[in-house]
Design a protein around this ligand. Structure first.
Ligand code: G6P
Ligand code: ZN
Length: 687
């Protein structure tokens, strides 16, 4: 067995290693600076050891006392654990215990600085295969990790990592205690683009804020890291276990098939047979675009091999470290090829589009669902999945525990929850908030406007799961109809949903890579503006209109003032003209702002409070404007503006969403002085 040594390397802190919503994301050239990645990984190990020690100490403090009274020899068996407790936590153990344990155990606790909580641990290290993904294994070896599990070619989608942590059992019975996921999700890849790394916990979900804060603190004071020296490269293209011998004993790198565990999980959730029947119907056509991300590694296995789709229905399904030069974000702007194939957008093809289309982001946790010439907003998608889950998906046949959405996501899910009498939660942006609810058994299905949908089968959002959920709904709706005249379509299902629950018109404007100072100033301005709703409503109900050819600029404070102005003006103009002008000019489709705040969330499970989670302007008719700074960019700032309007009237649910929302958009841009602050006359992306 090849031996390796562990060496300490002196280092200095780097600024700005604060993990964002989903880990640390920076340009590859930033990560390539000497010791940059190593510092962050070591800071993570150090943060986690401290956390483990604290948790264990709290839980077992009582046991320690009891055991001590009963038998000293049992205590000796608990040596490793107690030593850890005594060395790291300021608990009030009797002095003699501490002395004895220190004496017996000092050598076991922090061997050359290695955190004991990682001795013997199994960690998953893999990612979306983007450029710069092959470097993190050595630090694991050096930090006393016993086994590293690596997906073949270092590929594992983010949801598959979560599934592997929760479900996979190694050949020796081992389970993983966490994972380093090497991905920058939907950000572009390649030498000039982004790399990222995030740590997921034992429950399969992203590290909570307490841990990411501690990681950040550690990055500011780090002086050294541990690294394995002379550890030969492992061939990660070949499945199998390679063993080495290090100072702590054996160290294994276990390369396994990226899809097996995930496919097994999906088969336990969905009725693959009924989906297979749907896909084999000549009337149903299907298309899936992985945007050259890691979803490609799963798409062929699941859609083609398991479900019988044609290979030609897969687009861009070969994972590439630069995503083929594209931007691996599944939305109407970046998933160009799919959008055209589905008959949407300007460059749509002449060929008849497929009935169903979907795309994934780089690490396959996001999804976009399309019907023939039809876009399903992510906010509608989660609401429709929730409304149909119990009938269409075997995993949910016992009922839903509850549903949840992020704050900027439209209220379509709220309406379903109300109809079905389900527990409902509105959480801040970021999947980790759903994880807490799921761990507490409060939530089965959840989703975000940012193209994330998922369930409590894992603790990440899941792009392929969302596609299978939609295929299940289509299969269920068409189960007696596969040989009939016409299949129930994606568009048909969405329109029926709107007819039952009302429609939430929704759009998001993104201003990417804006000057960070300007973005902060805009947000500060919006917060300040909230204290004066009268001022706000000057924007909300401002209208310019014509009466008999004369142009008036009309700025009023809400509806009451509008009527008053009507009365005054009518003294100068014929009443018929005036009526015409009111129909023409006043924005009866923009109601007034009745409340404005910064969203704050108290987690119902652990009581933690998250402040400053987005600025909301809430209108009398349920419309909303939300402003937020993105937490996932790697350069400058991205301002997101979310615009939503609820329409219950079945005769008004069929408009184009950009048309329906145009007045609210106008109000939002004026209200925020978007152009004045950012210099931008248009957003970079509209979804
Ligand atoms: C990641 C998280 C999502 C979150 C999204 C927000 O994808 O996993 O839970 O909704 O980031 O991104 P943003 O750029 O808006 O902060
Ligand atoms: Zn992602």
């Amino acid at each position: 067995m090849v031996m390796f040594k562990v060496v300490r390397v002196e280092t200095k802190p780097y600024d700005g290693q604060k993990p964002g919503t989903s880990g640390l994301r920076k340009k590859v050239k930033v990560f390539m600076q000497p010791h940059y990645l190593e510092n962050f990984v070591q800071a993570t190990f150090n943060a986690l050891s401290a956390e483990k020690v604290r948790e264990s100490a709290d839980a077992l403090q009582k046991v320690v006392y009891t055991v001590y009274k009963e038998s000293l020899s049992v205590l000796i068996d608990l040596n490793r654990f107690l030593g850890l407790v005594c060395q790291n936590v300021d608990h009030k153990f009797p002095d003699n215990i501490i002395v004895t344990l220190r004496h017996n155990l000092a050598s076991l606790v922090f061997v050359d600085g290695i955190a004991l909580s990682f001795l013997g641990a199994t960690l998953v290290v893999s990612g979306d295969g983007r450029y710069y993904s092959k470097e993190a294994v050595q630090l694991g070896a050096a930090n006393g990790v016993r086994r590293i599990w690596v997906g073949q070619n270092s590929l594992l989608s983010t949801p598959a990592v979560s599934a592997v942590i929760r479900e996979r059992v190694g050949s020796d019975g081992s389970k993983a205690s966490g994972a380093f996921i090497l991905t920058a999700s939907h950000n572009p890849g390649g030498p000039h683009e982004d790399f990222g790394i995030k740590y997921n916990m034992e429950n399969g979900g992203p590290a909570p804020e307490g841990i990411t804060d501690r990681i950040f603190e550690n990055t500011k004071t780090i002086k050294e890291y541990l690294i394995a020296e002379d550890l030969p490269d492992v061939d990660i293209s070949a499945i199998g276990i390679t063993s080495f011998s290090g100072p702590e004993g054996q160290f294994d790198v276990d390369v396994f098939d990226s899809a097996t565990d995930y496919v097994k999980l999906m088969k336990s959730i969905f009725d693959f047979e009924s989906i297979r029947k749907l896909l084999s119907s000549p009337k149903f056509t299907f298309c899936y675009d992985a945007l050259h991300g890691v979803a490609g590694a799963y798409a062929k296995r699941i859609f083609v091999e398991e479900l019988g789709a044609q290979e030609s229905s897969l687009l861009n399904c070969v994972p590439k470290e630069d995503f083929g030069g594209g931007h691996p974000d599944p939305n109407l702007t970046y998933a160009k090829e799919l959008v055209a194939r589905m008959g949407l957008g300007k460059s749509s093809s002449e060929v008849e589009p497929p009935e169903f289309g979907a795309a994934a982001d780089g690490d396959a946790d996001r999804n976009m669902i399309l019907g023939k010439r039809f876009f399903v907003t992510p906010s509608d998608s989660v609401a429709i999945i929730a409304a149909n889950a119990v009938q269409a998906i075997p995993y949910f046949s016992g009922g839903l525990k509850g549903v949840a959405r992020s704050m900027p996501t439209s209220a379509a899910l709220d309406v379903v929850a109300k109809h079905l009498n389900l527990k409902f939660f509105e959480v801040p942006t970021g999947w980790k908030f759903f994880g807490n609810l799921m761990d507490a058994g409060l939530c089965s299905v959840c989703g975000e406007e940012s193209f994330g949908t998922g369930s409590d089968h894992i603790r990440e959002k899941d792009g392929i799961w969302a596609v299978l959920a939609w295929l299940s709904i289509l299969a269920y709706r068409n189960k007696d109809n596969l040989n009939g005249e016409k299949l129930e379509t994606v568009e048909g299902i969405v329109r029926q949903h709107w007819a039952t629950y009302g429609r939430h018109y929704y759009t998001r404007y993104d201003y990417e890579n804006v000057d960070a100072v300007a973005a902060k100033e805009l947000m500060a301005y919006l917060v300040k503006l909230q204290s004066d709703l009268t001022e706000v409503n000057k924007y909300a109900s401002h209208a310019t209109f014509k009466i008999c050819g004369a142009k008036f600029s009309w700025s009023v404070d809400g509806r009451a003032m509008a009527l008053k102005t009507h009365f005054e003006v009518s003294q100068f103009f014929h009443i018929i003209d005036l009526t015409i002008c009111l129909i023409k000019g006043v924005r009866s489709d923009v109601s007034i702002v009745v409340e404005a705040d910064e969203f704050e969330y108290k987690d119902p499970v652990d009581g933690s409070i998250s402040k400053h989670q987005g600025i909301r302007y809430l209108f009398e008719d349920g419309s909303r404007l939300v402003f937020r700074l993105s937490g996932t960019g790697s350069e400058g700032a991205t301002i997101r503006l979310y615009i939503e309007q609820y329409e219950k009237d079945p005769t008004k649910i069929g408009s184009d969403s950009q048309d329906a929302l145009a007045p609210l958009v106008d109000v939002a841009l004026k209200l925020s002085k978007m152009q004045e602050f950012t210099g931008r006359s248009a957003p970079t992306v509209i979804t």
